[in-house]
Design a protein around this ligand. Structure first.
Ligand code: MSP
Length: 508
């Protein structure tokens, strides 16, 4: 069986994740479900990133220990991932004892082999972003990422000799055009970071305690990225001294899904750490765009944060999954407001999908007592619809293979719209009036049901419970993706089950 290892970034346990952070787990889930349905054995990993100065400070503010603080937030993040109906196989935490032990061993190995050395760190530090900046990187003296104040620091620290591997990495990236997606990001990484030359990376801190201690120098904690990035291997059985069967089975990962802001860490630092450990690199890293509130970054200070659980309470999980997956393009940022969500539910989910399925099933009930009719006389209008349905799976596959998730959904909705048009063209209510047209009416309704079957099967990765409701009503047993390639695969003579309500129009 073909294997597929997909991961998301691990979320910081510094606050409740907003709808933007939640987008990533939904995107990963759609891809993971799609791969499973396409016959792959999938391992889907997500989790939480729990160390660092910011978390230590927040815990102090909240009057609890850092451990208590991250325990609560990790649970909260998992709760939201579960509300979104995501099917991760493992939820990992960087405070997990095995992860901590293996990260210490990784650090020691890199030190022993001379990739990490002890030096002095001088520079500027942005606490909210947990980032160090050099003088030249600052933006008018402020953090170039968040525009907040930075403070100067100077302390003993360990460094990773990044520059040693940079030519090897440039060569690798050039030889593997699929490694960094979207492609524009690849050029950005090479031209802005790798070609100008990498600075040595500071990989330990002494200014805070909430981190994994360096095993041979207890004043130091391992600074965030070696700790966080290693999660992708420590949780599948990697150890410095031996390679477990599980590790050999799953590594290298097929796809690391991360936001555009951390693509640099995943396409430069992570591959270099792996090269130093003499491990193969992940096959692909996709830096997805961001979800903005209108045109703005979501932030507490702007008061424009939307939370996934609030939206799901109001509109249901599949509507929000659909919105996220459909509205964020492959390479440019997407936008969300509650008005936009309502518009999208009305235009696509209620008008197109809900309307089609409800109308079709109620006509089968009305004209055929709910029994799937036989195919009778065929007309040219049928052939056009059949052709669209026949090509659909291949089109969805192509979009999914290129990580164009929104466009895959568009292909399915194009066919759903064509079905609605087919109803307008064939006018089943007129056919029902004439006894001589009953077998023609049977063809029309059969074709609609079969088209809905194919769309419902293909919708599983994106809107699992909606798909299930439709498949249950149609008594579809084989829901594998391969069955979406079959034509006229519904059994005439079978009685339809009642359809659980799908989507209603919402007035603003
Ligand atoms: N802990 C690090 C990741 C370490 S991975 C080894 C981190 N955490 S985060 O909580 O800040 O972000 C988690 C993910 O959410 C990141 O991939 C980030 O890019 C993504 N997003 C954060 N805000 C987002 C939007 N507004 N829209 C889409 N994705 C967003 O970074």
């Amino acid at each position: 069986m073909k294997k597929f290892y997909i991961s998301t970034a691990i979320a910081y346990t510094s606050g409740k994740p907003h709808i933007g952070n939640t987008y990533e787990i939904v995107l990963a889930d759609a891809i993971a479900r799609y791969k499973r349905l396409s016959g792959y054995e999938v391992y889907f990993q997500t989790g939480t990133d729990e160390h660092g100065e910011k978390i230590e400070l927040k815990a102090r503010e909240a009057g609890v220990s850092p451990q208590e603080f991250v325990d609560n937030l990790s649970l909260e993040i998992k709760r939201i991932w579960d509300i979104m109906d995501t099917t991760y196989d493992k939820f990992v935490r960087t405070t997990d004892k095995n992860h901590e032990k293996v990260v210490q061993k990784i650090f020691k190995k890199l030190y022993d082999q001379g990739d990490i050395y002890k030096g002095e760190y001088k520079g500027w530090y942005c606490t909210p972003c947990e980032s160090f900046w050099t003088e030249t990187q600052l933006n008018d003296g402020l953090c170039p990422d968040c525009n907040r104040k930075v403070h100067q620091t100077s302390e003993e620290a360990y460094f990773f000799r990044m520059s040693k591997y940079q030519d090897k990495l440039i060569d690798y990236i050039n030889k593997h055009p699929e490694f960094i997606q979207p492609e524009a990001r690849k050029n950005e990484m090479i031209n802005n970071f790798l070609r100008p030359g990498l600075q040595d990376l500071c990989v330990s801190r002494t200014s805070f305690k909430w981190g994994i201690p360096v095993s041979f120098d207890q004043d130091h904690v391992i600074y965030v990225w070696i700790d966080a990035l290693s999660n992708y291997i420590t949780n599948i059985g990697y150890d410095v001294d031996f390679q477990s069967e599980e590790f050999n089975k799953w590594w290298p990962a097929d796809l690391h899904l991360v936001g555009k802001d951390i693509i640099r860490f995943h396409t430069i630092y992570w591959p270099i750490i792996l090269m130093a450990l003499d491990l193969p690199l992940p096959k692909q890293i996709f830096g997805h765009p961001w979800l903005l509130f209108g045109n703005d970054k979501m932030s507490k200070s702007k008061g424009n944060i939307i939370y996934a659980d609030d939206l799901v309470d109001k509109y249901g999980v599949d509507a929000i999954r659909y919105y996220l997956l459909h509205e964020i393009p492959f390479s440019s940022d997407g936008s969300i407001t509650e008005d936009l969500v309502v518009e999208r539910i009305n235009s696509d989910l209620a008008n197109v999908l809900g309307n089609l399925v409800n109308r079709t099933i109620s006509m089968v009930k009305k004209y055929f007592n709910g029994i799937i009719p036989e195919i009778g006389p065929i007309e040219s209008v049928d052939l056009i619809l059949k052709e669209d349905v026949r090509n659909l799976k291949q089109k969805v596959d192509l979009k999914m293979d290129n990580l164009k998730i929104g466009e895959a959904l568009d292909e399915i909705f194009k066919v759903l719209r064509k079905c609605n048009k087919y109803i307008d063209d064939t006018m089943p209510w007129v056919l029902a009036k004439d006894n001589n047209s009953i077998s023609r009416l049977g063809t029309v309704l059969y074709n609609l049901l079969d088209a809905i079957r194919v769309c419902a099967i293909l919708l599983q990765p994106f809107m699992p419970s909606t798909s299930k409701k439709i498949c249950t009503s149609l008594n579809i047993e084989d829901r594998s993706f391969a069955s979406a390639d079959k034509e006229n695969d519904l059994n005439s003579g079978i009685i339809l089950n009642d359809l659980e309500p799908l989507f209603m129009r919402i007035s603003k």
